[in-house]
Design a protein around this ligand. Structure first.
Ligand code: C5P
Length: 249
């Protein structure tokens, strides 16, 4: 190998692949449930089973990695680990869990330029169509992007229980997941941002990039508070009722 060849970055000629990384290591304290919210029953199955079923039914994914808390064997015990890789390397924050998962993706064969779709386990209303919508919208994007919902409500700033300002809502979006970025830039961005960043896009933005916003078309809220369980269950049941049995996931 010549000197100049030694200094070339390694660029693979293969097309980038798509990986799903699902952080599932949170305690879900705000949900007020007995145990982590991702394992609470919802429409007859653990909440995360709905999330995993949507990704398992999405064509074009090279692999699905679920990051759980150290020692957590719930997925295996519930028979939910068959179509996915599980790594019990979850950290103290969501960002730490995602960073640990990105390192595991390398061991599964992911390359630096591969796309990674990071998705909250607790966002169980995601559908294969929504995932594919994001993949299609970002496939040729230099940065990547995220599912996000244009804000419907008027946005207030609060101080000591009173409104201190009203913000223009026309340009505001609620960030959701999946958030889709290339593996190496995402790892670098999360490392630079540290463990407190609450989504991947923020870390990428801090690098001076502007992720693409893609509307999900349909509910994709995160189950966070006690009331969210009944709402998510109602959405899932309504979808099942309107979907032919062969298409339901
Ligand atoms: O707590 P929150 O709802 O924001 O968490 C979003 C997602 O990140 C959830 O699926 C949760 O399981 C995951 N998470 C994690 N590791 C943590 C905290 C949250 O994988 N330490």
């Amino acid at each position: 190998m010549t000197d100049s060849a030694l200094h070339q970055p390694h660029i693979s000629s293969t097309a980038p692949r798509y990986w799903a990384l699902i952080p599932c290591a949170g305690s879900g304290a705000r949900a007020g449930a007995d145990g982590p919210k991702q394992y609470q029953a919802l429409a007859g199955r653990p909440l995360v089973a709905h999330t995993l079923a949507a990704f398992a039914a999405t064509p074009g994914l090279a692999g699905i990695l679920v990051v759980v808390a150290p020692g957590d064997t719930t997925l295996e015990a519930q028979g939910l680990a068959e179509a996915v890789h599980v790594a019990d390397c979850g950290g103290a924050s969501r960002a730490a869990s995602v960073s640990a998962g990105l390192a595991v993706l390398h061991t599964l064969g992911a390359l630096p330029q591969d796309w990674v779709l990071v998705h909250d386990a607790a966002r169980c209303l995601i559908t294969p169509a929504q995932i594919q919508r994001l993949m299609a919208a970002c496939a040729d994007d230099a940065v990547g992007g995220l599912l996000a919902q244009p804000l419907a409500d008027t946005l207030k700033v609060g101080a000591e229980g009173r409104v201190s300002a009203t913000l223009e809502r026309g340009d505001k979006w609620l960030a959701q997941t999946p958030q889709m970025f290339r593996l190496a830039p995402l790892q670098r961005a999360l490392q630079a941002s540290g463990p407190t960043v609450t989504d991947e896009a923020s870390a990428i933005e801090a690098q001076g990039q502007r992720p693409r916003l893609v509307a999900p078309e349909g509910a994709n809220f995160k189950v966070t508070y006690p009331d969210d369980f009944a709402l998510a269950e109602a959405v899932l049941k309504a979808r099942l009722a309107s979907t032919p049995a062969t298409e339901a996931v």
